[in-house]
Design a protein around this ligand. Structure first.
Ligand SMILES: Nc1nc2c(ncn2[C@@H]2O[C@H](COP(=O)(O)OP(=O)(O)OP(=O)(O)O)[C@@H](O)[C@H]2O)c(=O)[nH]1
Ligand SMILES: [Mg+2]
Length: 426
């Protein structure tokens, strides 16, 4: 059996099973609808069943399935999509019961990542995640991914059709993993080079579509693609930023987070996501106009902790203020006041109009200065290169005297440069 959908726009009915009709459940469904739109498909209806837990066999109960079948007939939907990751058994049973294409939130996110990956690393990472997900679906239940026909769930990076033969998948996975190792080694090298230059690094993190790339563009004119689409950015971009007082630092734009981020993706994107781990501090961008901003902030902190990123200084930016008042309140007052108790500093900005950026940059200067270490040392003439390191590392030299025993230097430098100077203390 196959459900040919290639060539025509796919139309889905969203389904979810939840204990209560809370705002969080409804927002999750709205997010699923935007994800579908991003993937080029349409939504023709939605069905929510209130139950303590999803049915282990068919996700929804039998009465609700009957209702769903009618809705499919009425709306001419080409498939249904569940707002949770379905087990292989649930997927197969639903396909049998509904006789249409069945996908879940995970397949959809993987599909969007596949379409948006541009670098070789991004493409290899997505394909690894997709193939690993497929392997779990091919075992035991006789579920054949080729039943998906075309469209969402079948596209690899570059619109290539995904493999569905177990043995071929295993071979390809082995090859891709080897290639990824090589790419990661190269990334390590670039990172080490950056660290060697001694510049402080800040990672721009946040929920998808918060405005991270727009911020990098505004600050550095990086020319990174920013779009009203989920997961517009998959490849981290690093740019140098010179602050008004002359301090220099590196800013890295990173992949956005989302609730229920598929674990295969997190695993495959580990090296990309780890950019935040190597940063000296984090710039957390939040879309202040999103009613779910609080929950999104939670997701960001939870994901970061999962990646082993914790204890770093955080500057939180409540972005898109041009759409509301400066303190995060809408002119009508319906938005709650936003605060982030986990941040060291917070600012209200608009990456789009530039509002609040000046104050943020002043705050950034303070943050960078606070991270400086005061050094008072004598650098031997055999290591004069270190003086240059202090300069290129954006450090502030307070005293530089060339004496017989060496160069006497007093300066405020980053912890990294201070590390390079270890052993030269007076
Ligand atoms: N009104 C308004 N729109 C903004 C602002 N900043 C970003 N946007 C819009 O929000 C959308 C998402 O912006 P991006 O910069 O692509 O967001 P991102 O966080 O990089 O998103 P991903 O890379 O997809 O995770 C785009 O349509 C931007 O034009 C802002 O300050 N005000
Ligand atoms: Mg982006």
């Amino acid at each position: 059996m196959s459900y040919e959908t290639a060539g025509q726009k796919e139309k889905y009915i969203l389904i979810a099973a939840a204990p209560d009709e809370t705002p969080a459940v409804m927002h999750s469904l709205e997010e699923l609808a935007s994800l579908l739109k991003t993937a080029g498909a349409a939504v023709t209806g939605q069905l929510l069943q209130l139950r303590p837990a999803p049915d282990p066999g068919t996700y929804l109960g039998s009465g609700k399935l009957e209702e769903l079948r009618e809705l499919i007939n009425e709306t001419g939907a080409t498939g249904v999509i569940a707002d949770d990751e379905l087990t292989p058994a649930q997927m197969k049973n639903l396909e049998d019961a509904l006789d249409c294409k069945v996908i879940d939130r995970t397949i959809l996110i993987l599909d969007i990542f596949a379409a948006h990956a541009t670098s070789r690393e991004g493409k290899v990472q997505v394909e690894c995640a997709q193939l690993k997900y497929r392997l779990t679906r091919l075992s035991g239940f006789g579920t054949d991914m080729s039943r998906l026909g075309g469209g969402i769930g079948t596209r690899g990076p570059g619109e290539k059709k995904l493999e569905s033969d177990r043995r071929v998948i295993r071979d390809r996975l082995a090859r891709l993993s080897r290639e990824l190792k090589g790419i990661e080694a190269h990334r390590e090298l670039t990172r080490a080079k950056r660290e060697g230059a001694g510049l402080l690094t800040a990672a721009i993190v946040g929920y998808t579509n918060a405005g991270k790339s727009t911020l990098l563009n505004r600050l550095t004119g990086a020319g990174v693609l920013s779009e009203d689409k989920l997961f517009a950015t998959l490849d981290p971009t690093t740019r140098r930023l010179t602050l008004p007082d002359g301090e220099k630092l590196l800013l890295t734009d990173t992949v956005g987070f989302i609730s229920k981020l598929p674990h295969h993706l997190v695993e495959a994107f580990k090296s990309t996501l780890e950019e935040a781990r190597y940063a000296d501090f984090l710039i957390h961008v939040v879309d202040v106009t999103d009613p779910e901003a609080e929950e999104h902030m939670e997701v960001v902190y939870r994901t970061l902790t999962g990646l082993g990123v914790s204890g770093k200084p955080v500057i939180t930016l409540f972005n898109k203020c041009d759409r509301c008042g400066v303190d995060g309140r809408a002119p009508g007052g319906e938005l709650p006041h936003r605060a982030d108790p986990r941040a060291d500093r917070t600012f209200f900005i608009s990456a789009d109009t530039g509002e609040g950026i000046e104050e943020f940059l002043e705050g950034l200067e303070k943050c960078v200065r606070a991270m400086r270490v005061h050094i008072d040392c004598v650098i031997p003439y055999s290591r004069t290169g270190l003086v240059n390191r202090i300069r290129t590392g954006g450090g502030e030299i307070l005293k530089e005297e060339y004496r017989e025993d060496g160069i006497h230097v007093q300066a405020n430098v980053s912890a990294r440069v201070a590390g390079l100077l270890a052993g030269t203390d007076k």
